[in-house]
Design a protein around this ligand. Structure first.
Ligand code: URA
Ligand code: SF4
Length: 197
C-alpha cells in the first residue's frame, strides 16, 4: 500500500473519533494534509475556527502566515511538507489542548509519523514540542536540531506567536533558513528559494 492509501485508511478512522471530549464541540476533524513523500512533517497544536469549519490544517490567519514563510523558504504543501496537529479537533475558544486530550489523540499522530516516516520534523510551538519532551521549554528547544526516534527535529515558534509578536519573525526566519539548508543537504540538493542562497 502507498503512504496515501495508508493515510486514507487512518483518516477514515479519525474522522469518526470520539476518544476525547473535543468531539462534542468540533465541526470537522482536521486530519492533516500535504505531500507524505516530501520528507518534512510540520506539527502544529490543533485546529482553530477556520480549520474546524473547513477540515483543513492551517488555513486561517496563522496558516496564511505559515504558507508565506514556507514559500519564502522554497517550500509548499504540494511538494515538500505534510502538515498535522497534536489534536485533530478544535479546542473551544482556541484554548490549549488539555493533557487528557493530547494523550487521547497522540496515537493518531504517532501513526501518521510511522506511515509518513519523514526525514525532518518541524515542531511549531510549545504544544507541539510536548510530543518529544513534555518538560522542555520552547526557549531551550527553538532553533536547535534534536534527534528523536531516528528523525531530526527542529522546533520553532507557532505562527500565531509571530502574529502576536512580529518581533519574533526575524528569529523564526533563521529557523526556516536552517530547515532549507538541512533539506538541501539531506533530501533534495535541487531545492531553490528566492530569498536564501
Ligand atoms: N493552529 C494550529 O496549531 N493548527 C492549525 O491547523 C491551525 C492553527
Ligand atoms: Fe479523537 Fe483527537 Fe478528536 Fe479527541 S481530538 S475526539 S482524540 S480525533
Amino acid at each position: 500500500m502507498t503512504k496515501i492509501e495508508q493515510l486514507e485508511i487512518l483518516k477514515q478512522e479519525v474522522l469518526s473519533c470520539q476518544k476525547c471530549k473535543l468531539h462534542q464541540t468540533r465541526t470537522k476533524v482536521v486530519f492533516g494534509e500535504g505531500n507524505p513523500d516530501g520528507g518534512v512533517l510540520l506539527i502544529g497544536e490543533g485546529p482553530g475556527a477556520d480549520e474546524d469549519k473547513t477540515g483543513r490544517p492551517f488555513v486561517g490567519r496563522s496558516g496564511q502566515l505559515l504558507d508565506k514563510i514556507l514559500d519564502a523558504a522554497g517550500f509548499n504543501r504540494k511538494d515538500h511538507v505534510f502538515i498535522a496537529n497534536i489534536v485533530k479537533c478544535r479546542p473551544p475558544n482556541n484554548r490549549e489542548p488539555e493533557k487528557e486530550e493530547r494523550e487521547a489523540c497522540l496515537p493518531y499522530l504517532h501513526k501518521q509519523i510511522e506511515i509518513i516516516n519523514p526525514k525532518i520534523i518541524v515542531l511549531l510551538g510549545a504544544t507541539a514540542l510536548k510530543l518529544i519532551d513534555p518538560s522542555m521549554k520552547l526557549r531551550e528547544a527553538k532553533g536547535q536540531w534534536m534527534i528523536w526516534k531516528n528523525k531530526i527535529v527542529l522546533t520553532t515558534y507557532h505562527p500565531s506567536a509571530l502574529l502576536r509578536n512580529p518581533n519574533l519573525k526575524k528569529e523564526a526566519w533563521e529557523h526556516f533558513k536552517k530547515l532549507f539548508y538541512k533539506y538541501r543537504e539531506i533530501i533534495n540538493p535541487e531545492i531553490k528559494s528566492e530569498h536564501i542562497k
